[in-house]
Design a protein around this ligand. Structure first.
Ligand code: PA5
Ligand code: NI
Length: 182
């Protein structure tokens, strides 16, 4: 039972209809991020990996504003690696972000500027602070829909190129049925 955005949240009716952006990413949009390229190629490339519903009440780049979004990350694995988001640094690299778990379970994978990687368990009600300068990616480690909310500054932006080129220095793999950072 998917938590619905934005109907659940807009108590201020003046906000209804203001700049809601919905994006979806298929497997084909995630090419190159998983370790097992052969397993990846065998999967249907039009399979839905995740959807993001964002509320962007300010113009992109506005200092002092906030954005809000919910990501719905579907379960699955590519080889032994959990389904995950592309991951990014912020374009304004020092901008921070909050993530919090809504339904299902997963792991938040974090990497600082020295490429140190660590992970936090995400579950309904868990709160995660992502400091500036830290790249972030979510993985669905459960067998059901994993959704989480995010709040970030409207002048943060996204830097996908760095992760697309160099990846994270550790991956979240299933080993003997449990997630391991390798
Ligand atoms: O702002 C965020 O960090 C999130 O809303 C992400 O953009 C979202 O989870 C999708 O991940 P990505 O942008 O790495 O594809
Ligand atoms: Ni972010």
């Amino acid at each position: 039972n998917k938590i619905v955005f934005p109907e659940l949240f807009f108590t201020d009716k003046n906000l209804v209809g203001r700049d809601v952006l919905k994006i979806s990413r298929n497997l084909s949009d995630l090419k190159g991020i998983f370790a097992d390229a052969e397993a990846f190629e065998r999967m249907p490339q039009n399979q839905l990996a995740y959807e993001v519903s964002s509320f962007l009440p300010e113009k992109e780049g506005t200092p002092g504003g906030l954005y809000f979004g919910i990501t719905y990350l579907y379960p699955g694995k590519v080889g032994n690696e959990y389904m995950m988001t592309k991951g990014h640094y912020h374009a304004n690299v020092d901008r921070a972000e909050f993530y919090w778990g809504l339904e299902g379970e997963g792991m938040l994978i974090l990497m600082d500027g020295q490429r140190n990687v660590w992970a936090e368990h995400v579950f309904p009600g868990s709160l995660h602070y992502i400091p500036g300068g830290v790249a972030h990616r979510m993985a669905n480690t459960g067998s059901s829909l994993f959704s989480f909310a995010a709040c970030w500054p409207s002048d943060a932006g996204h830097n996908y190129a760095e992760i697309a080129e160099n990846g994270f220095s550790a991956r979240l793999m299933e080993v003997n049925g449990v997630p391991h950072l390798i």
